[in-house]
Design a protein. Structure first.
Length: 75
């Protein structure tokens, strides 16, 4: 292993159906995540690894962030 080897993690987060899976597939260079017009297709975190001679990047595609439609308040 080289002395100047670098590695890191990249989490791709955001609203549902904005292209997170498409971005990760483009960055990794393979089709790892499902791409569809249907919202909330990614249900669990999907990871892809890109490596070179002196680097390694671990990409993490996450489900979309949703706001609750109702408030669960206890009285």
């Amino acid at each position: 292993m080289k002395e100047n080897f670098k590695s890191g993690f990249v989490n791709i987060i955001g609203n549902p159906n904005v292209g997170k899976s498409t971005l990760m597939n483009a960055l990794v260079g393979e089709r790892l995540s499902i791409i569809t017009a249907k919202a909330q297709t990614t249900r669990h975190r999907i990871m892809g690894i890109v490596g070179g001679d002196d680097f390694q990047i671990v990409y993490s595609d996450t489900p979309g962030i949703l706001r609750p439609t109702t408030s669960c308040r206890r009285v």
